[in-house]
Design a protein around this ligand. Sequence first.
Ligand SMILES: [Zn+2]
Length: 77
Amino acid sequence: MIGVSFEAFVVFFLVAGLLIVVGLWFFYDLRDKSYYDRQRSLRAHHCVRCGALYANRSETEVARCPKCGFENASLRF
Ligand SMILES: [Zn+2]
């Protein structure tokens, strides 16, 4: 029989469970942070020529309309 006490066995499973919970916490926190950063980088545009609403991920304020090709500035709220 392996000489492991009951207290060491309980402590091992408590620490293992705690490490799993903390690991999942950090994993989902980082995943959600990257998801919301991507969502926040979207810019909304309204085409003044054809009236289309579209979104763009580029860093510039101006984006070309996918329907008519006219360049529009991003909307500001
Ligand atoms: Zn357009």
